[in-house]
Design a protein around this ligand. Structure first.
Ligand SMILES: *Cc1c(COP(=O)(O)O)cnc(C)c1O
Length: 436
């Protein structure tokens, strides 16, 4: 016989499941526009629930600390090979369990406490990994920052060259979370060579664009290491990735050792397997997807601009990535407007703009939008025009979000399946189903 207490926790478990289901239903009628999110394919999603999840596989394929890894080894070797192929890299590590873990592992590999690192300022769009209170601080590094061109929203080349020459960093680190335009690392090659620093490009946001031949190609432009999250523009599982053209065997060994035993124990084998499928799908569909992501962002930027929304970098074509930055200070501010957008089922995040007071992170003047997930749902330029109109009705016209919400649902009704992936039966694999 079961005690009432057991029933209480059973009910609680069922309640949690029902909340996740409610989330699925909500997102199926919404426009998800957070620039760091995406939809995993049905085949990859299936593997997240596999027995790989329940296993350990420390070490390398063929040289494990545990038995039982026969098939895990096969998948891991193939996953590494797919990553090397997709990024045309000499080295791939598919073990990092997130972008931050990838960053920590690379920092652990290439620096010692007290070393100097050059980074983009967080206020200019860098990730908290680059801050004293993030991964760079965890490693105890001395941080110097590149000057930033606020008109073009890129690292200032002459200023960065000077910072690198003067500070002689062990690592020159690049990459941003508000990443509108490519970083001109190719123009800094002379400075890198002069000081002999390692060049690391944190591609968390733009990994899928790079893989799809858009934005820039850091490994061909002077970066030794490219690391990032595999679930932002690369539409894979929540995981991380390092690809590299190591300078020499020593760098290769350091990268390997930095990740394990450096910052990892087990490396989440279910998401590693899901990543292998996502990489294979990307090799098949990624180029078309990445092109459409960037085109959609540009169309959305110009459509918002023509409806009176202040989109940053209008004079430079708004963006070359999936991301747009909006200045909504005159429309009620970022915090106020993303809440109104959420009421209309348009999901976005408030964001500090470079000129905002960093202490006002909860009340910034900006909004960040991404086109990648809507693209994944099959939307194109025609839908971006409609999305721009829906957003402008909320941001500029302050129309009742409940009214806008019904039009959002109507638009979304025709976009329920995931594109750019292998799908045996699209209708049976709607992503909001709990079990495909
Ligand atoms: C998102 C992001 C990260 C962190 O990735 P997680 O997978 O969330 O840990 C690191 N660097 C940059 C530039 C990012 O945008």
């Amino acid at each position: 016989m079961e005690s009432p207490r057991t029933d209480q926790w059973r009910t609680t478990a069922a309640w949690v499941r029902s909340r996740v289901q409610a989330h699925h239903e909500w997102f199926a009628q919404s426009l998800p526009m957070i620039a760091s999110e995406n939809l995993i394919s049905p085949l990859s999603r299936e593997l997240l629930a596999s027995d790989f999840h329940d296993r350990y596989a420390e070490g390398h394929p063929g040289k494990r600390y545990y038995q039982g890894c026969r098939y895990i080894d096969e998948v891991e070797l193939r996953c590494e090979e797919l990553a090397r192929t997709l990024f045309r890299a000499d080295y791939a590590d598919v073990r990092p369990i997130s972008g931050t873990t990838a960053n920590l592992g690379v920092l652990f590999a290439l620096t010692k406490p007290g070393d100097t690192i050059s980074v983009v300022n967080v206020a200019h769009g860098a990730h908290i990994s680059s801050a004293d209170f993030g991964a760079v601080g965890v490693r105890g590094l001395h941080r110097v920052e590149y000057p930033f061109d606020l008109q073009k929203m890129i690292v200032d080349v002459d200023g960065a060259r000077k910072v690198i020459r003067d500070a002689k960093p062990k690592v020159a680190w690049f990459g941003q979370s508000v990443f509108l335009f490519p970083t001109p690392i190719d123009q800094l090659q002379d400075a890198f060579e002069e000081v002999g620093c390692a060049v690391v490009y944190d591609a968390a946001h733009v990994l899928g664009l790079i893989a799809g031949g858009q934005f820039q190609d850091p490994l061909r432009q002077g970066a030794h290491v490219v690391n990032g999250s595999t679930h932002k523009t690369l539409p894979g599982p929540q995981h991380g990735l390092v690809v590299a053209k190591p300078r020499d065997d020593k760098m290769r060994r350091k990268l390997d050792f930095g990740m394990f035993p450096g910052v990892l124990s087990n490396h989440h084998l279910h998401s590693m397997a899901a990543l292998a499928v996502s990489l294979a799908e990307f090799l098949e569909f990624g180029e078309a997807y990445a092109q459409m992501v960037v085109r959609n962002a540009q169309v959305l930027g110009s459509a918002l601009h023509s409806r009176g929304v202040k989109v940053l970098c209008a004079e430079h074509g708004f963006t070359k990535s999936h991301t747009l930055a909006l200045d909504v200070a005159a429309n009620g501010g970022g915090a106020d407007r993303v809440e109104a957008l959420e009421q209309a089922n348009i999901i976005a995040n408030k964001n500090l703009l470079p000129w905002d007071d960093p202490k006002k992170a909860m009340h910034p003047s900006g909004i960040r939008l991404g086109s990648q997930e809507l693209t994944r749902l099959g939307m194109g330029p025609a839908q971006m025009e409609e999305v721009a109109q829906l957003i402008a009705r909320v941001i500029v016209d302050h129309e009742d979000p409940a009214v806008v919400r019904t039009d959002v649902a109507t638009l979304r009704r025709d976009f329920q399946s995931i594109h750019y992936c292998f799908t045996p039966d699209v209708a049976a694999y709607r992503y909001h189903k709990l079990v495909p």
